[in-house]
Design a protein around this ligand. Structure first.
Ligand SMILES: NC(=O)C1=CN([C@@H]2O[C@H](COP(=O)(O)OP(=O)(O)OC[C@H]3O[C@@H](n4cnc5c(N)ncnc54)[C@H](O)[C@@H]3O)[C@@H](O)[C@H]2O)C=CC1
Ligand SMILES: CC(=O)C(=O)O
Ligand SMILES: [Mg+2]
Length: 543
């Protein structure tokens, strides 16, 4: 049987006969006498640190994962804050852009538009079907804020799954990174002789939809125990596929739901700090979003529950949220708009189009400014100073990825707000000294949510991912701050505690699955919370 686990070049000759497996441990005598895994972690770390460029570090770590997975995951777990930015954002963005040039070996599953009509056959080539529990699927159409990267999106599926393994102890063999190739509109890639994907523009949307129908049906047939995470589909497709499939299959969209959950969590903690300084009740917050794509609208929808938790009606919650896109403030009289923006379109604004962000801030007077726009520098000095004039402790969350597309840097937010900003960004920044104190940036990234959400859904054998499970993941994260973290005004926990946090999130997610009646592991219902947490931890894989 031929196994198609490699990108097909346009001439279609590159096919593998065997599945990619880490090589077996060499027999006695074939390795140096003192080779020991824990010392090899130290050795590997030194080798890693000796490299100057992050992309070289990424390549080194990919190689280590393929040859010595135990050493790789030990390194991740022991040095989470150093390794995460190398296997995930920001470096994974560069790895995606350069994927066709730095490609070394097959990893993951590629399904192409040319496989339409026989997708099931391709999926059956996966070597570990019985063990498969979680797939991250992208079509590469919007990778981070980098646009359409076609089949070069594969590293995002791989990177997310490495975090499932490191962050939630999902077994490596149960993860399936998938990139579907429906063409690309990236002109540079189409001209690049090394590009690894189909060399044509994206197929029309009706063909893409028909492909996805077959793909999802076949996934459910071939992998009956699989949870599917949709990742980095461009906004129109992200909303379409989520609403088409979420009631048929266990699937969630990380950019809409995972990001919504992580930002709700950080916002709950940030709003308390901001209200403590201003004396304003929590129900009085007003949030302005720059960016109204899958992430902006996904977060806005989730943040409605922040207001309903404070006792506001749905309509009042909606009125506390303002969206700005590339044409400015979104309001009814502006004219036709995409369906996903309509919910938050302002009925109460009748004036001329408002496009200048500082003007919009002075009109809305928000307590929080959230960026999911991909526009670097959009939160400039004027913007941060305006937010700081409006609020004793403004909430500033530049959430676009990777770091070079962040709406502002942490050092800028600190300086321009006089150290008062409550800050979280999509990609990591260094802590900053300010007036004799150390200020800590939060990382408002869905990486805090999806490992625990996925683990909970897998352990509960959930037949669907419900809104209740997503909110439970968010609240589980919000409640995970230690006293020390609270005393430092942190809005997210330290990433080094990710395993412990994922276990707590997973327990909350299982409880929500039980409440919503989608848990198929019903024997977990009788466990009390501490037994359930222990059970979840016992399911975690350790290197
Ligand atoms: N922190 C996190 O966990 C996550 C961050 N993101 C990031 O969010 C960003 C956006 O993702 P999507 O919503 O899927 O993309 P998208 O491309 O659909 O949305 C971008 C939005 O920004 C708006 N925009 C573009 N230029 C603008 C301008 N000059 N002024 C105001 N608005 C402007 C667009 O109109 C659109 O509404 C990406 O950078 C992505 O990496 C996405 C998911 C998770
Ligand atoms: C973090 C993430 O999912 C994104 O930027 O798309
Ligand atoms: Mg994403």
């Amino acid at each position: 049987m031929t196994i198609v686990l490699t990108p097909y070049w346009s001439n279609g000759v590159q096919k593998l006969k065997v599945a990619p497996q880490p090589p077996p441990r060499p027999a006695h005598g074939l390795t140096p006498p003192a080779l020991d895994d824990s010392i090899h972690v130290v050795r590997s770390l030194r080798q890693l640190r000796s490299k100057d460029k992050n992309i070289e570090k990424y390549i080194f770590l990919s190689q280590l994962k393929a040859t010595e997975p135990n050493v790789f995951y030990k390194l991740c777990l022991e040095h989470m804050s150093e390794i995460t930015p190398l296997i995930y954002t920001p470096t994974v963005g560069d790895a995606c852009i350069q994927f066709s040039h730095i490609y070394r070996r097959p990893e993951g599953l590629y399904v192409s538009i040319n496989d339409k009509g026989r997708i099931g056959k391709v999926l059956r080539n996966w070597p570990k079907i019985d063990e498969a529990r979680i797939a991250v699927v992208t079509d590469g159409s919007r990778i981070l804020g980098l646009g359409d990267l076609g089949v070069n999106g594969m590293p995002i599926s791989i990177g997310k799954l490495s975090l499932y393994i490191a962050g939630a102890g999902i077994r490596p063999n149960s993860t399936v990174p998938i990139c579907i190739d429906l063409g690309t509109n990236n002109k540079e890639f189409l001209k690049d002789p090394l590009y690894l994907g189909n060399r044509h523009e994206r197929v029309p949307q009706d063909q893409a939809t028909a492909f996805m129908e077959e793909f999802m049906y076949e996934m459910s047939q071939v992998f009956p125990h699989l949870l599917i995470q949709f990742e980095d589909f461009s906004t129109d497709k992200a909303f379409e596929y989520l609403s088409s499939f979420r009631h048929k299959y266990p699937v969630f969209n990380d950019d809409i739901q995972g990001t919504g959950a992580v930002v709700l969590s950080g916002f709950l903690n940030a709003a308390k700090l901001s209200s403590a300084a201003s004396g304003r009740p929590l129900s009085d917050h007003k949030i302005l979003f720059l960016g109204a794509g899958s992430a902006g609208v996904g977060v806005a929808m989730q943040l409605m529950s922040f207001f309903t938790m404070q006792g506001l009606s749905e309509e009042e919650a909606r009125r506390s949220i303002y969206l700005v896109d590339s044409q400015g403030l979104i309001f009814d009289a502006r004219g036709p708009m995409a369906e996903h923006k309509r919910v938050f379109s302002r009925h109460d604004y009748q004036g001329p189009p408002m496009t200048n962000l500082v003007d919009i801030l002075n009109y809305v007077k928000p307590t929080a400014l959230l960026g999911l726009s991909t526009i670097k520098g959009a939160f400039n000095k004027d913007v941060i100073e305006t937010m700081s004039a409006l609020n004793p402790r403004p909430i500033i969350f530049p959430l676009s990825n990777p770091v070079r597309l962040s709406e502002c840097e942490f050092s800028e937010a600190v300086e321009w707000s006089g150290g008062r900003a409550i800050f979280a960004s999509g990609s990591p920044f260094q802590e900053q000294p300010y007036n004799g104190r150390t200020l800590y940036p939060g990382q408002g990234n869905n990486m805090y949510i999806f490992p625990g959400l996925g683990l909970g859904a897998i352990v509960a054998r959930a037949s669907a991912v419900t809104d209740g499970m997503v909110v439970a993941a968010s609240l589980g994260l919000a409640n995970s701050l230690t006293q020390e973290e609270k005393d430092l005004d942190m809005v997210y926990p330290r990433v080094e505690r990710i395993r412990e946090i994922s276990a707590d999130i997973a327990r909350s997610v299982i409880r929500a699955a039980q409440k919503d009646g989608v848990d198929r592991s019903q024997d977990l219902r009788i466990m009390d919370d501490s037994t359930l947490t222990q059970f979840v931890k016992s399911k975690m894989w350790n290197p």
